[in-house]
Design a protein around this ligand. Structure first.
Ligand code: HAM
Length: 427
């Protein structure tokens, strides 16, 4: 029968690689503890309407990338393409605005789904780590959110990253800019790519974010939104920059940075790495001061970012950075005789109950093959129970690094082994 293959744009994460994921996830949890973000877990699917309203009707995500079930019915459901909309829905629905500690600072790690064309660093199922700080408009929290992402990469050894920063203003700022931008774009309409021609009518700012070289040239002198910011918006932007300087986080203002989701206001940012090839953006985020109200809450400001673990691991690989993950076994139990097997099964269980990782042979292999297996598994100790040991109630304990052997009473095995492992750790 024909084999069934994994769907395009998805991955199996197998032992050997999964340890990298676990390491990164632990780092995330520790980072969020220090920056004081608490975990939230929301459903993997939501009502389609949430993303239509939250992410925006004219975005690529909503127009062509959502995995929706029964998209015609009113309560159609969609696999979440991103995390912010769900978190804000939960914030409104669970009345987190009434929680004693404000702003509400949340983080999440989980799978997201977008029907995109798969390529290096672009998957159809990918895992985002994101944070959302809801309930404060203070520019210091904009800098904090950027710092969470930047320090995360830095602590994993990724240096030389660029934070690209922009302000996309408020709705009023954008309305003032729009007329000028439209006039400029319409003059060049015929020369722009087909996508941009339709963007002019639906979402003209997105034209500035087009990746087509010719379009970038054509729009390089387009009126900049930064020149249309109100005094208040400009002051907010200036303060974010000042805080980033205080934190020693290098940034580059990119007035063309628009982001692909509609909810952004004021601060928008991305973290990029040059060498990552086709996909250079590692992380993206920004402020979304209108989103809570758009989803039925009060007029409460928010800011956050998300990054994918897939792109992070790819970046680490490109930079030749190895994460300090080691999979090893505390001890491997070798049985020489059928009679000794009962003792081995019992010892194995005792060792595991005492907190040690332990393994034995289940394939009836010869002594030599069992020792080889212990080696392959990088066991720190091998434990051999032969007929003589069985009679004496002992085991032979072999230190695999030094080759030293010693006989230990079975009843003292756990204590002896724990002591030895402790000594190794402290050396
Ligand atoms: P986004 O820019 O759409 O923003 O995605 C954020 C990050 O998710 C990207 O920078 C990238 O690391 C990763 N990502 C996106 N699509 C893929 C893909 N197909 N394969 C692999 N990785 C991908 C958001 O999702 C916003 N919710 C971020 C945010 C949070 N803004 C405010 N709060």
């Amino acid at each position: 029968m024909a084999k069934i293959q994994i769907p395009r744009g998805t991955q199996d994460i197998l032992p050997g690689t999964v340890e990298l994921w676990q390491y990164v996830e632990e780092k995330i949890r520790d980072l969020c503890r220090r920056y004081h973000y608490q975990e939230i877990r929301t459903p993997i699917f939501e009502h389609t309407e949430l993303f239509r309203r939250g992410v925006g009707e004219t975005t690529d995500i909503v127009e062509k990338e959502m995995y929706s079930v029964d998209s015609r019915s009113e309560d159609a459901l969609t696999l979440r393409p991103e995390g912010t909309a769900g978190v804000v829905r939960a914030y409104v629905e669970k009345k987190l605005y009434g929680a004693p500690n404000q702003p509400v600072k949340l983080y999440y790690i989980g799978p997201m789904f977008r029907h995109e064309r798969p390529q290096a660093g672009r998957f159809r199922q990918f895992t985002q780590f994101g944070v959302e700080a809801i309930g404060a408009g203070d520019p210091a929290i904009d800098a904090e959110v950027i710092a969470v992402a930047y320090r995360f990469y830095e602590e994993l050894g990724l240096s030389g990253l660029t934070v690209e920063l922009n302000s996309v203003g408020t709705l009023a700022d954008r309305a003032r800019h729009r007329g000028q931008l439209l006039a400029y774009l319409n003059e060049r309409r015929d020369q722009l790519c087909a996508d941009c021609q339709s963007r002019i009518d639906r979402n003209p700012l997105r034209v500035l974010d087009c990746k087509v070289e010719k379009d970038q040239q054509l729009t390089k002198d387009a009126p900049s939104l930064l020149d249309y910011l109100s005094e208040e918006s400009a002051a907010h932007f200036a303060q974010v920059k000042e805080y980033l300087e205080l934190l020693g986080i290098p940034y580059r203002v990119n007035p063309r940075l628009v982001r692909g989701l509609d909810y952004y206001t004021l601060t928008a940012f991305e973290i990029k790495m040059q060498e990552i090839g086709a996909v250079e953006t590692l992380c993206g985020g920004g402020r979304y001061n209108g989103l809570v109200a758009e989803l039925g809450g009060d007029d409460v400001p928010g800011i956050g970012f998300a990054l994918s673990i897939e792109r992070l691991l790819l970046a680490l690989e490109k930079k030749g950075i190895q994460l300090p993950v080691a999979t090893s076994l505390d001890c491997y139990l070798v049985t020489q005789t059928e009679q000794a097997k009962g003792a081995v099964v019992r010892l194995l269980d005792r060792l595991r109950q005492a907190g040690l990782s332990a393994e034995m042979d289940y394939l009836g292999r010869k002594l030599k093959a069992q020792l080889k297996a212990a080696d392959r598994l990088a066991a720190r100790y091998t434990l051999i129970v032969g007929e003589a040991e069985l009679e004496k109630g002992t085991v032979v304990l072999k230190d695999m690094a030094s080759g030293e052997q010693q006989e230990v009473a079975q009843d003292e095995l756990v204590t002896t082994l724990l002591g030895k492992l402790r000594d190794k750790e402290s050396n």
